[in-house]
Design a binder for this molecule. Structure first.
Ligand SMILES: Cc1cc2nc3c(=O)[nH]c(=O)nc-3n(C[C@H](O)[C@H](O)[C@H](O)COP(=O)(O)OP(=O)(O)OC[C@H]3O[C@@H](n4cnc5c(N)ncnc54)[C@H](O)[C@@H]3O)c2cc1C
Length: 370
């Protein structure tokens, strides 16, 4: 039997923040360690599926004060700009990570979570208890929740299998002001990628696209990529032309991997992208991060008497039940449909012309409210 007195949360994205707040409320001494300082921007489409809304409201964590736009329809377009609109059964809301993560860290700190910012975890090792070495100090803990996102130096230190493979995807994000309908998420296809467009707080619009690194390498800059490839879709060309850009330069990340990961590794309970990342096309990575934080914290709170082995088995099973199927569909759509130019054209053209296909794709890649 393990007494979960001390819990370290490694990483303060949505998974880490929600886990820290819930465990602290349940009386655990938990420390959240984040390498950056809030508020900060992240490459993310910032559309949050309504799968999360009931949970966030129950926990008093729904970001009501930002009056998030409610998103109820999907506007899909193909490379040539052919488009159709389809209602979203469940829909979602829009809030920037800059605002939402900062809102949650303020709640965590106000409620007494020990928070270490500007502190990178360099090493996590386990021998009956965990030893955590950071850039500032070292800690011992009974449990670690790994919420360090899609790719971290910790994955290298922990010798995780997926980190050995290079990944070809690049993500680019802007905030702009433009006349984008508040209830709409746009998903616009271009050669080798797709671009999400939806509103966040204060009437701002998020433009976020995922592409392959090869055309970017060939053309030499984001600007050239947009001019020669992204703007082939006339809807995207118009969108960029009429927008007022609010960042000096785009937020960019690379090496985005959708490969299979393990929900428990070296006794660490992985949550959010650290356990498995769904393609952004599905628009529910944040919902999965929040949901996985709920699953792992419910388990730690409700099953205190169980052995470490039992807890790890129960978490792996619960995580797979909740997410494996949609991750698999997400990977098929990303690699098979969007992995080739003709595949993505065909996929989007079919979805543009058939509401049934569009709805089926949405259904298999989304979960239910929790
Ligand atoms: C292009 C793109 C568009 C997307 N669009 C959407 C969308 O519209 N809707 C949606 O739901 N999802 C979207 N996603 C996915 C979504 O962004 C992620 O699923 C979500 O951010 C995962 O949250 P997380 O808490 O697991 O990780 P993150 O939010 O990445 O947080 C991880 C944290 O860990 C910290 N960290 C890392 N290593 C260390 C360390 N060694 N020590 C201390 N701290 C560390 C990082 O600084 C970071 O703050 C998109 C993703 C991409 C790439």
């Amino acid at each position: 039997m393990v007494s979960a007195n001390r819990i370290i949360i490694a990483g303060g994205g949505l998974a880490g923040l929600i886990a820290a707040i819930r465990l602290n409320r349940a009386g655990y001494a938990c420390t959240l360690i984040e390498k950056k300082r809030y508020p900060f921007h992240r490459v993310c489409g910032e559309y949050i599926s309504n799968e999360t809304t009931a949970f966030l409201k129950r926990e008093g964590l729904y970001p009501e004060e930002f009056n998030p736009p409610q998103i109820t329809e999907l506007h899909l377009s193909s490379v040539s700009g052919k488009s159709s609109t389809t209602p979203l059964d469940l829909g979602g809301f829009g809030v920037s990570r800059y605002a939402f993560d900062n809102y949650l860290i303020n709640i965590a700190q106000k409620e007494g979570v020990q928070v270490l910012l500007d502190t990178e975890i360099e090493q996590i090792s386990f021998d009956k208890v965990f030893q955590i070495k950071t850039t500032v100090q070292s800690f011992e803990s009974d449990f670690v929740i790994g919420a360090f996102g899609k790719r971290s130096r910790l994955d290298v230190q922990l010798s995780r299998k997926f980190i050995k493979e290079r990944s070809p995807y690049v993500g680019v994000k802007y905030h702009v002001r433009t006349a984008h309908p508040a209830n709409r998420i746009g998903l616009h296809n271009f050669r080798g990628g797709y671009c999400g467009v939806s509103n966040v707080e204060d009437g701002k619009t998020n433009i976020c696209y995922l592409t392959h690194r090869d055309p970017l390498k060939k053309l030499g800059s984001i600007e050239a990529l947009e001019k020669h490839i992204v703007f082939e879709n006339p809807l995207l060309r118009e969108l960029f032309r009429n927008a007022e850009f609010l960042f000096d330069k785009p937020e960019v990340i690379n090496e985005i991997s959708f490969e299979t990961k393990e929900p428990v590794w070296n006794h660490i309970f992985m949550a959010g992208d650290a356990a498995g990342m769904i393609t952004p096309l599905c628009g529910n990575g944040m919902a999965m991060a929040i949901h996985s934080a709920k699953i792992v914290t419910d388990l730690l709170i409700e099953h205190q008497g169980r052995s470490r082995d039992e807890l790890e088995t129960a978490y792996t099973r619960a995580w797979r039940r909740a997410f494996s199927t949609r991750l698999w569909f997400g990977r098929q759509i990303q690699h098979k449909l969007f992995g080739t130019e003709w595949g993505s054209n065909l996929g989007v053209t079919l979805a543009v012309h058939s509401k049934f296909i569009a709805n089926s794709l949405i259904k298999v890649t989304h979960g239910k409210p929790f």
